[in-house]
Design a protein around this ligand. Sequence first.
Ligand SMILES: NC(=O)c1ccc[n+]([C@@H]2O[C@H](COP(=O)([O-])OP(=O)(O)OC[C@H]3O[C@@H](n4cnc5c(N)ncnc54)[C@H](OP(=O)(O)O)[C@@H]3O)[C@@H](O)[C@H]2O)c1
Length: 248
Amino acid sequence: MLNRLDGKAAIVTGGSRGIGRAIALELARLGAQVAINYRSASQDAEKVADEIRALDTDALCLQADVSKKDQARSLVKQVIDEWGRLDILVNNAGITRDKTLRKLTDEDWEEVINTNLNSVYYTVSAAMPTMVEQQFGRIINISSFVGQAGNFGQTNYSASKGGIIAFTKSAAQELARYNVTVNAIAPGFTLTEMLAKVPDEIQQKILDKIPMRRFGKPEEIARAVVFLAADGDYITGQQINVNGGVYM
Ligand SMILES: NC(=O)c1ccc[n+]([C@@H]2O[C@H](COP(=O)([O-])OP(=O)(O)OC[C@H]3O[C@@H](n4cnc5c(N)ncnc54)[C@H](OP(=O)(O)O)[C@@H]3O)[C@@H](O)[C@H]2O)c1
């Protein structure tokens, strides 16, 4: 049985659907108040907030494009202003713009790096003073097995996810003395809209390479996140792979 998270305040970036939605709901099930960030899907985010309130805890829906430094930092500030604390920060928002390196544009590169990697720096730097003052913080960054293994057609995405892994280890070293842990969860292929964009025949080829012969479910990623948030007191600078064995 996991420790409860009653009285803890959490932010999940990109919490409107997919893995972020599952994380927001799992955190709420343990009693955390959860701020759901989204970029454009306001109705989806409101639905998640309603589901959270039905679990008898508090929810906020906050629009912000976390690839923009001012918006990402203001997102963190709004939560601290509203709830007076910030205990759990889950950096989940992410996008793909898949192309081979020969076809990749500067825009494809910058959009992915800004959304997936720079956003993590923006939110963590904004959350850090409060977490240090509280002497408590759980930062969980969603990377990907692609950040470890690389992937054809994903130079931009793999660079962003590899960057998250390295950032996580360095930030963990700096923040450990303040009881602020920083870890990464690296999902494998998971059943969300991101995976649905991959053509069917390629999905079949991917399945053949996964030792467990199935895609992950968002809830399976979410459970690893809440474990770190609720019971990961002595775990920092780590990356936990939840990937059906696709990368070992
Ligand atoms: N699915 C997989 O197979 C897989 C595998 C490994 C890692 N991951 C990682 O897991 C995380 C979640 O992926 P997912 O599959 O759940 O993706 P998804 O279904 O496409 O959902 C992405 C979420 O991120 C939000 N988002 C995107 N850009 C944003 C921005 N600039 N500012 C704020 N929010 C933004 C979206 O909000 P809007 O809807 O409002 O745009 C949405 O809530 C990502 O970091 C992804 O890289 C996924």
